[in-house]
Design a protein around this ligand. Structure first.
Ligand code: ZN
Length: 366
């Protein structure tokens, strides 16, 4: 599209994810941002570009990636750029890694900086190990100073790949540790999102007032209802486990593959239930984790949700407006709204009916 200093009006067949407007499916773009919509956009245009019959929508976001997992942060960022993703959130890296910086995008980069985790056996490799409420409070303050946009806690271990429904280290942190991090983060104006698998860790996190649950395998209906009630976001990261099912032969034995299949089945049922209960589902892939490439991961996550029976409209919302809100980017990305960045994709079909259309846009503005 170029810089478009003057007003370039994009005239499409339809708009998805746009704020209410009068008249035609038109978006006026000025200096990279949406300046007007509908008939007003056409009236103020210096130039009109027709996107005949195409649907124009905001580019999707991925709320859960790890830039240090995979080929390295630079290549990962390149993959996200090529995939047409508008923003990503890095949810924790090791203390010895430098925090990747936002270069202005696309994509915009949000980060948790260093993850906060437990010591001992439950220690997580993307977190600094610590113990005691004071240590968690101090570490949360430190990440805020380093420019974190979210504080990430690791409150449980990983899934037990041998036994579907079970979690390694089901409760890694004390209530006091979680509470201390939440208090400091909120005092700094930052949300807290928690790696939590299993009902114990999820319910603990919810009770301590966290803002988001990451992974959240096997939360159970009580936790899902609580999430819905509190408006806590849930990023269920299905693709990360599914990626193990397509691992090269020999990585997992038959018994493990059977357990993995069951884990995926259970999580798909929980996601579907979460949608029915009105949980604030947010799309994030856990890209960079095993066999899950940056960029492509976001589409795999969408495909998994669709296979789970989640409606395409929910997938669309989860990848746009809800992801943007959870990432502190409301009004900036995830919708076609006056003042928002005009990082738009044009697709043959309405992405609210088929979000995988984003994988092969007919045109993109960035
Ligand atoms: Zn992760």
């Amino acid at each position: 599209m170029g810089a478009a200093k003057a007003g370039l009006c994009l005239l499409a067949g339809g708009l998805a994810g746009a704020e209410p407007h009068q008249g035609q499916a038109a978006v006026l773009v000025r200096e990279g941002r949406v300046a007007a919509l509908g008939d007003e956009a056409l009236a103020k245009a210096d130039e009109v570009r027709e996107l005949k019959g195409l649907w124009l929508s905001p580019a999707p976001l991925d709320a859960h990636v790890h830039l240090y997992l995979g080929p390295g942060p630079e290549q990962a960022m390149q993959a996200w750029r090529e995939a047409g993703v508008a923003a990503i959130r890095d949810l924790g890296h090791k203390p010895q890694h430098a925090t990747p910086r936002d270069d202005g995008g696309p994509p915009l980069l949000r980060t948790a900086c260093v993850g906060l985790g437990a010591t001992g056996e439950a220690a997580y490799w993307l977190a600094a190990p610590m113990s005691g409420a004071q240590a968690f409070a101090q570490a949360a303050r430190e990440q805020a100073r380093r420019g974190a946009s979210v504080i990430k806690l690791f409150a449980s271990g990983l899934l037990d790949f041998e036994h579907a429904g079970e979690v390694c280290h089901p409760q890694a942190l004390t209530n006091e540790e979680v509470a201390a991090a939440v208090q400091e983060a909120h005092a700094a104006g930052l949300p807290v999102s928690v790696h939590a698998n299993g009902e114990r860790a999820v319910s603990q996190a919810l009770a301590q007032g966290v803002d988001g649950i990451e992974h959240g395998y096997f939360p159970g209906s009580r936790c899902l209802m609580s999430m819905a009630q509190k408006g806590v976001w849930w990023t269920p990261t299905l693709a990360a486990v599914e990626a193990h099912l397509t691992a090269p032969q020999g990585r997992h034995d038959q018994a493990t593959l059977a357990a993995l299949t069951e884990i995926v089945r259970l999580q798909k049922a929980q996601i579907k239930l979460g949608e029915e209960l009105g949980v604030n589902l947010v799309l994030g892939s856990d890209a960079g984790s095993y066999n899950l490439p940056h960029g492509e991961a976001v589409f795999r996550e969408m495909a998994s949700w669709l296979e789970a029976g989640v409606s395409p409209a929910t997938v669309f919302e989860a990848a746009t407006k809800r992801a943007a809100r959870s990432m502190g980017l409301a009004g900036e990305l995830g919708e076609i709204a006056v003042g928002a960045r005009a990082w738009l994709l044009a697709t043959e079909e309405d992405p609210r009916r088929d979000p995988l259309q984003w994988q092969r846009p007919a045109w993109r503005s960035f």
